[in-house]
Design a protein around this ligand. Sequence first.
Ligand code: SF4
Length: 371
Amino acid sequence: MKKEGSEEIRLEFSGLSSALLDWYDEVKRDLPWRSTSDPYPIWVSEIILQQTRVEQGKGYYLRFIERFPNVRSLASANVQEVLAVWQGLGYYNRALNMHKAAQMIVHTKNGRFPTRAEEWRKLCGVGDYTAAAIASISFGEPQAAVDGNVLRVISRLTCESGFISDQTVRKRLSQRAQALISTARPGDYNQAMMELGALVCLPRNPRCTDCPVAPKCRAHALNQVHLFPVVAPKKLPKTVNLWYLVLYNRNGLYLHQRGNGSIWRQMWEFLPVEEDEYRSFFRDQKNKKSLSINTKAFELQGEFDFERERQIEHRLTHRVLRISFLPFDCGIAFTDDTLTFVSLKDIKKYPIPIVFSKFLNAIDLWAGSTK
Ligand code: SF4
């Protein structure tokens, strides 16, 4: 594509923003965060929508706002309460970062939100896209919010021939998005772009005949929509294996809280073990009634439940987690510094990654039926 600056882009695509805004005014979805410009709910919705579809995010948003109606209530909440409301939504760093950012806003800014995107970017968990979305929607700052949907739309509108994953290409597309923003209604414009990407300019089978900006779209004019965005050949996702012992008795389960520095930081899980150790439990299964773990200081009497051993695969964006679970019925209660006994009736109060819940459901321990 020929070299071009913001001015050329603005000239070529003049009229695009008004066509887009007219369309948005007519068809926009009625979403709970769209009836306000208050930065707190806008911020919450944008964080939820970072890695979650609108339909799934709606219920979480409403529960979150009901439980933490303002930044002060979020800042003063216990981190476990925040994770509990977030449970099932995944990417838990979002909740932890929002909690930290709320405390920062309350303690260093007396509860007042920043008004400009560059200030929002200084808060935990707020990147360029989220900062631009909040600053434009709540404060009218003309900053283009550029996420994957918007990159796709702009790459088609402008027939961008570079790989969409390439940083230089993304920067170029972001500059074009910035050149196209409506300065009169930047918040609505950003939302209209997102809506166009979500409802019309779809990754597969875009609905060009319903598109309000089709007359301006280069890819459409050339009948080359299927060629954009240009995607680099895929790398295979890395597989990560994890092994767990599920220690339980008829009243509940033992859980371990993860530390920092992992995808599930501060959440609760079963007892993680090394592969060698896990495999060793399967040797001489018939007589095995006791559990001794080299890396732990305890030896337990009880019974392995080999029939209920399960492997579950859990796909993340760049990784596949292959997780093995082996239940061990330890009969009577015991104490250990690193494990917490949780009764079955209380277990839902603990933030547990969804993959562990799937396992519990699969073997009925969740429901309280231990055998
Ligand atoms: Fe996307 Fe088609 Fe609209 Fe172009 S005309 S922006 S490809 S939906």
